[in-house]
Design a protein around this ligand. Structure first.
Ligand code: ADP
Ligand code: ZN
Ligand code: ZN
Length: 700
């Protein structure tokens, strides 16, 4: 019997970070999928190389090694670059190797029996026959000069690239070109295209299919995201792993797809926060894309109209880590929207919509144009309030208010999900007159519909106000349906959260309005202004995209922003569509304050029954690190524990501690050496529910 290392999904925080040893009668190549006993269960594992894998190594003294239960037949081993990626991600994000490796596989692979898997593989082999004809693509369009220049550099240089292209500058066309070039490098070459949320951009998949199906065949283009059924996910995953899929379109999870012939990774809207996983291994798919591409010699293209300040800085010619490619012009010389800043201090008291904004929306709708109204808060009102006694609809389980949803007359907590019927009277004093305070998208839709009730479109029908947010799109296919209604012109004004601002290629939207963006101007999170600027630029980017339509309408696109702080410098940069100016100002501030990208951060988070217990764990962890004088500690600063902004969720108190260093390497060294101490502290703090480390956190 030969001892083998096998990565298995050990329970989170069991402090078993590496692979486990098992016995087998023959040597198995690294990457082989196996079933192994773990406790009383049998689980999926991956053979991993390790220090003890030389044949004949004796098992560690005292440990009774168990035998591998079986090998998953018919699957090629997971390739070495894939294993390197997983090992890097586990190391960098401070998680167990087995946890990251197994989480990277489609869930149903863990459950399928050998026979079921065989059946799947056979079925796939049949469909593989209908793959591409290899004909040249005929339906590509002529690139503009800016597109051609960007695409040419991506073809000619090694990268990594940051494609800095205005909204509507035709970035997708450059991706399509680069994918085609990558696929042409070899008959096996594969391309991975990452998007923030695939269901938000059904158009993108259509464009890829239209372009590449004639070239590589339908089955060679697959998607990979969490909205798919387990069976679909397995099918796509197998297609990628066996090389049948040449193009994988996916969300952040797809960065872990097994792609043995990976030649190109595209990360569209690279600034989007959804690239950062927020549970388990808290990886950044964008950052892993850069690592993976460098490691396996693939090209990587990050694209955005409003890059993350990290990527922008890295592509500064003086820094030179990425190659910056600029596409400032919109297709067809379409104009970018003009900013109309409304000083809410000058408007009638308590006005939700400034009268000039309503007049502008009315005028657009009467001309048959569409408007988009943005508010980042769903529900009807963020809180119910009793003016008699001061009662508020606080969530009983969280330090947050329950949101009033008028449609089903419920109070719902957006943090823990609990829901209750709206009380008939104040639960505290009996006052029947409890009132909603503040507003959400549901209320905006209602008020707009009332304000526009006499407005008639050129088709002689009443104006229609629709809403798209997490509440209206819960059902499968609902979002696609609602977006289709907008594209078809059945909607005149669309109210929604940031879901409506992202990526959509609306052709008849000419006015976009942000009604209440101010809170982000004074947030305690240093990334809030960056996010607001990106959101407003993206939102503005939905207006006036079709130059022909705008000319025919004799119309100019506008971005309206209602604010109490019209003098804020963010708006001055927004008025000029000046992302570089905004970024320069933000980066100067960050540099002066030694914040990312000029420093590197991690968070240690603790959840406990009491705030004292949560902070107690963090303080003890901090003290232990100091006492042990861990490697890297000289360059690492530990801040005092603080409660999270929303301190209590579902009856759990949450606290965090910031860890910062000017040197990424020192921070990494420190965090790795800290792990065993954290496990030891965890055992000493019984009141702790969980702890976690978040490397490169997106929200502080
Ligand atoms: P972005 O992703 O940069 O916002 P898109 O790639 O969606 O922009 O392109 C905007 C619009 O311009 C799309 O409708 C697209 O089909 C069109 N388009 C892109 N490139 C060209 C081109 N070279 N010629 C004509 N139309 C183009
Ligand atoms: Zn009351
Ligand atoms: Zn709650």
């Amino acid at each position: 019997m030969i001892p083998l290392h096998v990565a298995v999904q050990t329970p989170a925080h069991s402090s078993v970070a590496g692979p486990l040893s098992y016995l087998h009668d023959t040597a198995l190549p690294a990457g082989t999928l196996v079933r192994v006993p773990l406790g009383r269960r049998e689980v999926l594992g991956i053979v991993w190389e390790g220090p003890g894998d030389a044949p004949g190594d004796a098992p560690p003294a005292g440990a009774e090694l168990r035998a591998i239960a079986g090998v998953l037949p018919g699957l090629p081993p997971l390739p070495e670059p894939w294993r390197r990626l997983v090992a890097f991600a586990a190391r960098y994000y401070q998680r167990g190797l087995g946890e990251v490796a197994l989480a990277a596989l489609p869930p149903s692979l863990r459950e399928l029996s050998a026979e079921q898997l065989q059946r799947r593989l056979r079925r796939k082999a049949k469909t593989a026959g209908e793959a591409g004809t290899g004909q040249a693509v005929s339906n590509s369009i002529a690139l503009t000069a800016e597109q051609a220049s960007a695409a040419g550099q991506i073809d000619a240089e090694p990268g990594p690239f940051l494609l800095f292209g205005s909204t509507g500058s035709g970035k997708t066309e450059v991706y399509l070109h680069s994918v085609q070039a990558a696929l042409a490098t070899s008959p096996q070459a594969q391309a991975l295209v990452l998007v923030p949320e695939i269901n938000l951009t059904p158009q993108l998949e259509q464009r890829f299919r239209a372009r590449f199906e004639p070239l590589v065949g339908g089955p060679a283009i697959v998607s990979l995201h969490s909205g798919m059924t387990p069976a679909q996910r397995l099918k796509s995953w197998l297609a990628a792993h066996t090389g049948q899929a040449r193009i994988v379109l996916g969300t952040r999870m797809a960065i872990f797809a097994s792609l043995p012939h990976l030649a190109l990774i595209v990360v569209d809207e690279e600034h989007d926060a959804s690239y950062k996983q927020q549970e388990g291994a808290r990886y950044s798919a964008r950052d892993l894309a850069l690592w993976r591409a460098r490691d396996c010699g693939a090209r990587v293209v990050l694209g955005s109209a409003t890059p993350s300040l990290e990527s922008w800085h890295a592509s500064d010619p003086a820094v030179g880590r990425y190659r910056r490619l600029a596409m400032p012009s919109r297709i067809g010389a379409a104009a970018l929207p003009r900013l109309r800043l409304i000083d809410m201090g000058q408007q009638p008291r308590r006005a939700v919509f400034a009268p000039p904004l309503i007049a502008a929306i009315t005028e657009r709708v009467e001309k048959g144009e569409q408007c988009l109204v943005l508010l980042n808060r769903r529900g009807f009102a963020p809180v119910l309030h009793c003016h008699a006694c001061g009662w508020k609809s606080d969530c009983p389980h969280c330090s947050a208010a329950q949101v009033f949803h008028k449609i089903d007359r419920t109070l719902r907590c957006h943090h823990c999900g609990c829901s209750a019927p709206v009380p008939r009277a104040c639960p505290s004093c009996g006052n029947p007159d409890i009132a909603p305070v503040g507003r959400g998208t549901e209320q905006l839709q209602e008020q707009l519909a009332a304000l526009l009730r006499n407005v008639i479109t050129p088709e002689r029908r009443a104006a229609r106000v629709a809403r798209i947010d997490a509440d209206t799109t819960r059902a499968k296919g609902a979002l696609e349906e609602q977006l289709a209604a907008v594209h078809a012109g059945a909607v005149d004004v669309l109210v929604g959260t940031q879901m409506v601002a992202k990526g959509h290629d609306f052709r008849r939207v000419t006015l976009v309005a942000a009604v209440q963006p101010d809170s982000a101007l004074f947030s305690s999170d240093f990334r809030a202004p960056e996010r607001l600027f990106a959101l407003l630029m993206q939102a503005a980017g939905r207006a006036g995209r079709d130059a022909h339509y705008m000319a025919a309408q004799q119309s100019a696109p506008e971005l309206w922003v209602q604010t109490w702080h019209p003098g804020h410098p963010l708006f001055a940069a927004l008025r000029r569509h000046d992302y570089p100016g905004f970024a320069a100002q933000q980066l100067a501030e960050r540099e002066a304050a030694a914040m990312p990208p000029f420093s590197h951060q991690a968070l240690l988070r603790a959840d406990a029954r009491t705030q004292e217990a949560a902070q107690g764990f963090l303080q003890a962890a901090s003290d232990a690190a100091r006492t042990a004088s861990l490697p890297g500690a000289d360059h690492v600063q530990l801040y005092p524990p603080v409660p999270l902004a929303v301190q209590r969720v579902a009856n759990v108190e949450r606290a965090q501690m910031l860890i910062e260093s000017a040197h990424r390497g020192a921070l990494q060294q420190f965090l790795a050496a800290w792990q065993p101490l954290l496990h030891a502290e965890r055992r000493a703090h019984k009141g702790l529910v969980r702890w976690l480390v978040d490397v490169d956190p997106q929200a502080i």
